[in-house]
Design a protein around this ligand. Structure first.
Ligand code: NAD
Ligand code: MG
Length: 406
C-alpha cells in the first residue's frame, strides 16, 4: 500500500467552535494533513496561538492593524507565515492553488464569498457555513458542478443524511427510492418551556445548549429553531429535495443525527455522540474513515431515544424558514439576513427572545422576492433585509415594546 499523499487544508474561521474542532482532528493525523491557511475575524490572540502550533503558510485577519500585530509576533517567533487582511485575502486563500481542502467555518453571510470562491476553484469544500447555502443555494450548487468541486456537508444532520444516501444521489430523491429525509433536532434549551416563559429568556440561557457546544449565533438559532429552518433549506439544496420531503423530528438526546427513509420501508440513520469532530473527520477523509478523538457511543448509557413533533406555535422560525424556501428566489437570503440582525440585537440585549421571530416575519412580509440567479441580486436582498430589520428593531427599542430593554 502506498502512503496517502499529504492534503493541504485551509480553515476559514479557524478560531471558532468548528475551526478549533477541525484543527483538533487535523492535529491527530500529521501524516495526512498539513495546514495551509488559517483565518479569523478579530481574535488575533487565538489565531496567534494556532499559528504557533500549526505553522500555516498564510494567516488572515479582518483588520489591517490586527494583521500587522500578528505578523510582528510571528516574525519574532521565527515563523515565515504571510499575514494578510480583508475579504479579498479571504477569497484568495479559499481559492489558492496551495491547498486542496477548504473548511468553510465562518459564521453567517460573511462566509458566503470565500466559500463560493473555494467551490469555484474546484476544492474539496467542507461546508459548515450553512448560511452560504441558504443565501445562494442555486448558484452555489452550480459552481460546485461547474468546477468539479467535492462538496461535503459538515452540519451534523446533513453529514448524517449524506452517509445514509447512495454515493450518487443528485437528480431528485425519488430517483433513488428515497421517500423522505428525517431531519433531527434537539429542540434546544427551551423545548419544554411554556410559550409565556420564552419572553424573558436571557442570552446566557439561550446559549446554554443541552447537547452541543457551539458559537453564540448558532446557539441562539438552535434555541429559536431557526437553525432547523436554515438546515431544512440547506438540505433542499444539498439533496435536491423539496421542503415537503423533509420532516423535522425533535429528538432530545441528539444521538441520531438524521435519517433517510426509502420506499421499501427501510429507514437508515447515522448515530454517534454529539461531537462535531465526527462529521469533520468524515469530510476530511471521505471516502475513507479516520480516528476523530470521539468517544465510542455507549447505547446502554443512553438507554432510550425519544421523538416528538416540533411545535411551530412556540417556535415560529421553523415555519418562517419553510415558507421562505417555498417562496424561493431571494426570500431565504432575506430570512437569513433578518435573522442575523435580530440574533445580534438579542445577544446585545436590545430585543427579547421572541422578538427575533417577529423581526424576521416583518422583514419577510415586506420582501419582494426576486430570482436569486446572480450574486448581485442575493447581496442586494441581504442588504435590504438587514436595513429593514434594523429599522424594525429601532422602532421597538424606541417605543419600549415588550421584550425590549427598558
Ligand atoms: P463561531 O462563532 O464559534 O466561529 C466563527 C468563526 O468565523 C471565527 O473563527 C470567527 O473569527 C470567524 N468570523 C466571524 N465573523 C467573521 C467575519 N465577518 N469575517 C471573517 N471571519 C469571521 O461559529 P461556529 O459555531 O464555529 O459556526 C461556524 C459555522 O458553522 C456557522 O455557519 C454555523 O452555523 C456552522 N455550524 C456550526 C456547528 C457547531 O457545532 N458549532 C454545527 C453545525 C454548523
Ligand atoms: Mg446542525
Amino acid at each position: 500500500m502506498t502512503a496517502p499523499s499529504v492534503q493541504r487544508v485551509t480553515v476559514l474561521g479557524s478560531t471558532g467552535s468548528i475551526g478549533t474542532s477541525t484543527l483538533d482532528v487535523i492535529g491527530r493525523h500529521p501524516e495526512r494533513y498539513r495546514v495551509h491557511a488559517l483565518t479569523a475575524h478579530t481574535s488575533r490572540e487565538a489565531l496567534h496561538a494556532q499559528c504557533l502550533r500549526h505553522r500555516p503558510d498564510v494567516a488572515v485577519l479582518a483588520g489591517e492593524e490586527d494583521a500587522a500585530w500578528l505578523a510582528a509576533r510571528l516574525r519574532e517567533a521565527g515563523l515565515s507565515t504571510t499575514v494578510r487582511h480583508g475579504e479579498q485575502a479571504l477569497c484568495a486563500v479559499a481559492a489558492s492553488d496551495e491547498s486542496e481542502v477548504v473548511m468553510a467555518a465562518i459564521v453567517g453571510a460573511a462566509g458566503l464569498l470565500p466559500a463560493l470562491a473555494a467551490a469555484e476553484a474546484g476544492k474539496r469544500v467542507l461546508l459548515a457555513n450553512k448560511e452560504a447555502l441558504v443565501m445562494s443555494g442555486a448558484l452555489f450548487m452550480q459552481a460546485v458542478e461547474r468546477a468539479g468541486a467535492t462538496l461535503l456537508p459538515i452540519d451534523s444532520e446533513h453529514n448524517a443524511i449524506y452517509q445514509c444516501l447512495p454515493r450518487e444521489h443528485r437528480g431528485g430523491l425519488e430517483r433513488h427510492g428515497i421517500t423522505q429525509l428525517l431531519l433531527t433536532a434537539s429542540g434546544g434549551p427551551f423545548r419544554t418551556w411554556e410559550a409565556g416563559a420564552l419572553e424573558g429568556v436571557t442570552p446566557e440561557q439561550a446559549c446554554a445548549h443541552p447537547n452541543w457546544s457551539m458559537g453564540r449565533k448558532i446557539s441562539v438559532d438552535s434555541a429559536t429553531l431557526m437553525n432547523k429552518g436554515l438546515e431544512l433549506i440547506e438540505a433542499c439544496w444539498l439533496f435536491d429535495a423539496t421542503p415537503d420531503q423533509i420532516q423535522v423530528v425533535v429528538h432530545p438526546q441528539s444521538v441520531i443525527h438524521s435519517m433517510a427513509a426509502y420506499q421499501d420501508g427501510s429507514v437508515l440513520a447515522q448515530l454517534g455522540n454529539p461531537d462535531m469532530r465526527t462529521p469533520i473527520a468524515y469530510g476530511l477523509a471521505w471516502p475513507e474513515r479516520i480516528e476523530a478523538g470521539v468517544e465510542a457511543l455507549d447505547l446502554f448509557t443512553i438507554a432510550r431515544l425519544d421523538f416528538e413533533r416540533a411545535d411551530e406555535a412556540r417556535f415560529p422560525c421553523l415555519r418562517l424558514a419553510r415558507e421562505a424556501m417555498q417562496a424561493g428566489g431571494t426570500a431565504p437570503a432575506a430570512l437569513n439576513a433578518a435573522n442575523e440582525i435580530a440574533v445580534a440585537a438579542f445577544l446585545d440585549g436590545d430585543i427579547g427572545f421572541t422578538a427575533i421571530a417577529e423581526v424576521v416575519a416583518e422583514v419577510l412580509v415586506h420582501h419582494t422576492v426576486a430570482p436569486a440567479d446572480t450574486l448581485d441580486a442575493i447581496l442586494a436582498a441581504d442588504a435590504e433585509a438587514r436595513e429593514r430589520a434594523r429599522a424594525c428593531i429601532a422602532r421597538r427599542f424606541v417605543h419600549g415594546e415588550a421584550g425590549a430593554r427598558p
